[in-house]
Structure formats: structure tokens, C-alpha cells
Design a protein around this ligand. Structure first.
Ligand SMILES: Cc1cc2nc3c(=O)[nH]c(=O)nc-3n(C[C@H](O)[C@H](O)[C@H](O)COP(=O)(O)OP(=O)(O)OC[C@H]3O[C@@H](n4cnc5c(N)ncnc54)[C@H](O)[C@@H]3O)c2cc1C
Length: 387
């Protein structure tokens, strides 16, 4: 009923969706010697999912929950290891500055994560901020939190690099291969694209915004939202520049009382525009019918931070629309399928997953091959929705 061609070769693992986590899982599986097949509906690194836009922030003092810190420590090692295996620079450790009222989720949560895990950081008073980071004009009751072991990753290049490494270790990654459905029994899975069917001992589903459709019986609602990013051209770009070695303007985030935050990146050598965005749940969207037209409201939303960053005023020079896949509590979902023991899921990254890719990709590879991982991800299982 599905395909016209049955591929009989049995793989160890099929990875459904080769975006952020699928690329990382393919790389880890292939490096470990598994026979892996990755199926991607578009191309490797594209602009129709959740991983485009040139930069993704990496933070260590994780305000969302301190339990993420061990995963971030593993991810930090993972990015460095990927860089040395590939010879490609993927991670720019330019530091990150968080700003807000000391009681805000961002500030209180970052401090809690840093204290609990002994992470190097500095707390800055408003006077410190004015002296050391003059571009920011924050309200009187705001403070700063600075961590140096933070920065940003280049997402498209990272995905291309992980897939390249996976292929060099023997993985097959097919592009333009849209999965229509899959079936599983205890010992094998069969995955159907429009033109073929493939089988493997295990399946990893890393389908991002399309996950809800592919695992309809998950029992946990995933809400896809439309998110907008913007680049502005400041009158003077000098205050926003970083030399690429961590000197100069850092990554930053400004937290608000409702839990949302504006955030942004430095202008790096060879660039001239300043990237800013609002991290807040956008309008619900269908991943196959995403509205990519930028409205005046979209622009006003990311530009509304200009009161705090007045030197950034200048024309909007670029925008892009991306998607979050939100879990009910904003935390990731990494688990075995509730009914199929050889199907593993990594989804619901809720707009903050990219930085974890090497750690979670490695854990997915271990789960699919051995049924267990030493990465402490129990808190991300679906059990939490049942209690
Ligand atoms: C605007 C924006 C800003 C962000 N900023 C940050 C940040 O600063 N730091 C951070 O850590 N995170 C950030 N994130 C979040 C991060 O980018 C995502 O959590 C992460 O990219 C999600 O990865 P994924 O693998 O789930 O999805 P994707 O990377 O989109 O991969 C899913 C893949 O599955 C494929 N697929 C789906 N269905 C099928 C099918 N049926 N057949 C074949 N292939 C299929 C898709 O085409 C896609 O390539 C941001 C996200 C957005 C949108």
C-alpha cells in the first residue's frame, strides 16, 4: 500500500528526520559502528524546520532547570570533539550576559543552576553593567549575570558537519525521502517513504515540528508555533562587535516578568548586522503551511528591545521564520515509545534544544543500540506527564 520498492537490507537503526538531533544521532551511531540509515524529507540543513537562522545560543547556567547542566557539560565536550574530528569551527565561546530583575526566572534560575553545579560566573550590579557593558540601558532594579563558558553554535554548518562525519563513517543519509508511516514489532521496524520501504532493528524519531503526526499515539500534545528572528543594522556596529575569540560584545538575554526574554548575538568578524529575537511562545502553526510573511507586528516584537539597547536602532535588514515544537511543560521529551520497545523518541524541544545536540544525539544512539544511556535524562521521560 505504501511503497513500490522494498529495500531488504536490514539496518541497525533508522533515524527518521535528519535535522538537529537526527544528524547528531546519525553521527554518533555511525561512529560507534552501527549500520544506520537517516531519512530526511528535505535537504541536509534547510530552512523549513527549526534549525536555520545562522546561530543558536549555548548557555551553561541553565535557568530552565539545573538538571540540564550535566547534559550541557556533555554537550560542551561534544561540540569540541566534533570540531576536532571535522576540523570545522562550530562553536564560538564568546560568553553570555543575562539581564533582568534579580527575581526574574532568567536571573534567579541561572544563579540557582550555577550555585548547584559550581559553575563559574559573575553577578554584576547595575553600575557594573553601565561600566562594562555600556550598550545596555537597563532599568534601575536590574542586575547582570555573566558566564564565560557560553556562546553560540552555527546550526546549519553543525548539521552539515555531523552528516558529513556520519557519511564518512559509513552512514547512509537520504535526502528528499519523506516518511509516510512506520510499523514496528518487537524485533524490527519498517519505515515507508513514497517510493520505498526500509527495515531496521530500531527506529529513532527526530522529526522536529512533524513529530506529533508521526507519533500520533504519544498521548502528549505537542504544539508547533511560528517564531520570528530579525537582524538590524545599527548606526555604529562597533559597540556590538566580538573579535571571535571572546573579546567584545557577548551573547545576551534580557528576562521579563512573564518568563519571556529578548536575546541576541554579537556581530562577528565579516558580519555587519545584529541578530535579535524574542523567546516567547508564538502563534500556533502547521509545519506544512507555515506563514513566512513578516508583518509589522512581527518586526515590532523583536525590535521592542531597542529601549534597552538604544544603540542598536537602525533598519531591519533581514528576517526569518522558524518553528518551536512545544511540549506541555517546555521541557524536552526523550523516551522509548509507550508501545514499541525498539522505537525511541526525541521531540518537544520547545525552542531551546539546539545546544544539546551532541549530548542527546549520543544518548539516542546508546538507547537505540543498547537500551540505556549514562546521560542523566530520566527527568525528560514522559513519566512526568502521567503523575
Ligand atoms: C527562532 C528559533 C531560535 C532558536 N534559538 C535557539 C538557541 O538560541 N539555542 C538553542 O539551544 N536552541 C534554539 N532553538 C531551538 C532549536 O533550534 C530546536 O530545539 C532544534 O533545532 C530542534 O531540533 P529537531 O531535530 O527537533 O528539529 P529539526 O532540526 O527541525 O529537525 C527535524 C527534521 O525532521 C525532518 N522530518 C520531519 N518529518 C519528516 C518525515 N516525515 N520524513 C523525513 N524527514 C522528516 C525535518 O525536515 C527536519 O529536518 C531555536 C529555535 C528557533 C525556531
Amino acid at each position: 500500500m505504501f511503497g513500490i520498492l522494498i529495500r531488504l537490507a536490514m539496518h541497525d537503526v533508522i533515524v527518521l528526520g535528519v535535522g538537529t538531533f537526527g544528524a547528531a544521532a546519525c553521527e554518533a551511531l555511525a561512529r560507534g559502528g552501527a549500520k544506520v540509515l537517516g531519512l530526511e524529507q528535505f535537504s541536509v540543513a534547510h530552512n523549513r524546520g527549526s534549525h536555520h537562522g545562522k546561530s543558536r545560543m549555548f548557555r551553561m547556567a541553565y535557568y530552565e532547570h539545573p538538571d540540564y547542566v550535566p547534559l550541557l557539560q556533555r554537550a560542551h565536550e561534544g561540540w569540541k570533539a566534533l570540531e576536532s574530528r571535522s576540523g570545522v569551527r562550530l562553536f564560538h565561546e564568546v560568553g553570555a550576559l543575562y539581564l533582568g530583575h534579580p527575581q526574574s526566572e532568567l536571573m534567579a534560575g541561572s544563579l540557582e543552576a550555577a550555585r548547584r553545579h559550581g559553575l563559574a560566573h559573575r553577578v554584576l550590579s547595575r553600575a557594573d553593567l553601565a561600566r562594562e557593558f555600556p550598550p545596555f540601558h537597563v532599568p534601575d532594579d536590574h542586575a547582570g549575570f555573566l558566564e564565560r563558558r557560553a556562546g553560540f553554535v552555527l546550526p546549519e554548518l553543525a548539521i552539515e558537519t555531523m552528516v558529513d562525519l556520519a557519511r564518512r563513517s559509513g552512514a547512509t543519509v537520504l535526502e528528499g525521502a519523506r516518511v509516510k508511516g512506520w510499523t514496528a514489532d518487537g524485533g524490527s521496524v519498517t519505515v515507508h517513504t513514497e517510493s520505498a520501504a526500509y527495515s531496521a532493528r530500531a527506529l529513532i524519531v527526530t522529526a522536529g515540528a512533524w513529530s506529533g503526526r508521526l507519533i500520533a499515539d504519544l498521548g502528549v500534545p505537542l504544539v508547533v508555533t511560528r517564531q520570528v528572528l530579525g537582524w538590524v543594522q545599527p548606526a555604529s556596529d562597533e559597540p556590538f562587535r566580538n573579535d571571535g575569540e571572546g573579546n567584545g560584545f557577548p551573547c545576551w538575554a534580557l528576562g521579563y516578568a512573564d518568563g519571556s526574554l529578548h536575546y541576541g548575538f554579537p556581530i562577528m568578524p565579516g558580519e555587519s548586522a545584529l541578530k535579535i529575537a524574542l523567546h516567547a511562545r508564538g502563534v500556533e502553526a502547521d509545519p506544512d503551511r507555515l506563514d513566512r510573511t513578516i508583518t509589522p507586528d512581527d518586526e515590532a516584537t523583536f525590535r521592542s528591545v531597542m529601549g534597552v539597547l538604544p544603540g542598536a536602532r537602525g533598519p531591519t535588514v533581514r528576517t526569518c521564520v522558524c518553528m518551536y515544537t512545544n511540549s506541555p511543560d517546555g521541557h524536552f521529551i526523550i523516551d522509548r515509545h509507550p508501545r514499541h520497545t525498539n522505537v525511541w523518541l526525541a521531540c518537544g524541544f520547545s525552542g531551546h534544544g539546539f545546544k544539546f545536540a551532541p549530548a542527546i544525539g549520543g544518548a539516542m544512539a546508546d538507547l537505540a543500540m543498547r537500551g540505556r544511556t549514562d546521560l542523566p535524562i530520566e527527568f525528560l521521560s514522559m513519566k512526568r506527564f502521567r503523575s
